[in-house]
Ligand binder design. Structure first.
Ligand code: G4F
Length: 332
């Protein structure tokens, strides 16, 4: 089957990755369906305006019958399960909701696929995460975490994602389903929500430049992350589902940087060399347990999938600051 008559169903269509992936699949000629939740979701209209070609289906990861209905309506060749409670800090405050959506929601989606796809034609992508590794000294490989590294999640979010990861694998082994987990390290960009540290910084930096605010409040600045560009990562997701056999892959840059380094580059974009007078630390943004360092090893994805990242760390920061300096939302 050529890409031009394939159908894809995306959960989490209103999120950062959902937007990038919808655009990519549309460009490849897919008919794209997206699951949207809630009777009064303000993002419904925004999504429909930005992606008029996406067919929105009302469903919720916590309601399995709605997912069965979504499968029957979309009749997809590929399912991308991107929906989740995805903010690590929020997951400490709402651990049970996180377990229901980010953990058990994966089971609900897998069951919906299993029950509606008797011939096992559907390919399923699960959005696994580097948060499952936990970043502690004792299990951190020198070249970065890979597909065989030990898991030690450090948040209710990481624990819930680990359940999603293993149940995806279990359904692959038990029911001969084409299930893949992409273990993605942090990926950012102009579509990132302002609740995540990179976009929070670039949004604030743009507002400081425009004279709309005079400082930014952050939590810990020493944690290190392996930050890539989300647009590059959705290409990797798609490639994972085009292989002959289902398998799991890490997508990462192989570099790790502190939040301070991100601040350095972001403030330099607006001509400020010393950002310290503009940054205040606020314990409200610190977490009960922190993931110290995330560094991924993308060798397998590069070799098997031919995946490569196009945007490097300085390029990512530049792209995000430049974007935030120009959009109207920065001024609101
Ligand atoms: O931007 P963050 O909230 O992302 P985090 O926790 O690394 O999680 C993201 O990446 C994961 C992949 O590894 C995804 F699975 C997950 O869904 C999400 O997309 O925080 C990054 C770091 C943390 O160490 C946090 O403690 O920044 C630190 N930080 C410091 N001040 C802050 C802030 N984080 C946020 N969100 N807000 C702050 O004010």
């Amino acid at each position: 089957m050529s890409d031009t008559n394939k159908r894809a169903l995306i959960t989490g269509i209103t999120g950062q990755d959902g937007g990038h992936l919808a655009a990519l699949l549309h460009e490849k000629g897919y008919e794209v369906f997206g699951i949207i939740r809630g009777q009064h979701n303000p993002r419904r209209q925004i999504t429909q305006q930005e992606f008029p070609y996406v067919n929105l289906i009302d469903a919720d990861l916590t309601d399995q019958s709605s997912l069965v209905r979504a499968m029957q309506l979309a009749k997809p060749d590929e399912v991308y399960n991107l929906a989740a409670i995805s903010h690590v800090g929020y997951s400490f405050k709402n651990p049970q909701l996180t377990a229901d959506v980010t953990g058990k929601g994966v089971l609900n989606m897998l069951e919906a696929v299993r029950l509606t796809d008797k011939d096992r034609n559907v390919r399923f992508y699960q959005a696994s995460t580097s948060e499952m590794f936990g970043g502690l000294d004792y299990n951190r490989p020198e070249k970065g975490y890979d597909e065989n590294s030990h898991f030690h999640p450090r948040s209710p979010y990481g624990v819930a994602k680990l359940y999603g990861h293993w149940i995806t694998k279990n359904y692959r082994e038990s029911y001969d389903m084409y299930n893949v987990s992409g273990i993605l390290f942090n990926h950012e960009g102009e579509r990132r929500g302002v609740e995540f540290v990179t976009r929070k910084i670039t949004h604030a930096v743009a507002r400081i430049k425009l004279g709309l605010q005079d400082h930014i409040e952050l939590g810990d600045l020493w944690p290190k992350r392996d930050w890539g560009y989300a647009g590059d990562y959705v290409e990797g997701m798609w490639r994972m589902l085009q292989q002959d056999k289902p398998d799991d892959y890490v997508l990462a840059t192989g570099e790790t940087h502190t939040i301070e380094e991100f601040l350095d580059l972001a403030f330099k974009e607006i001509g400020i060399e010393d950002w310290k007078p503009y940054v205040k630390q606020n314990p409200a943004f610190m977490r009960p347990a922190e993931v110290d360092i995330l560094l991924g090893n993308p060798e397998k994805a590069e070799k098997v999938l031919g995946w490569e990242r196009k945007v490097d760390f300085p390029g990512l920061v530049k792209l995000m600051v430049e974007h935030d300096l120009t959009i109207e939302e920065t001024k609101i």
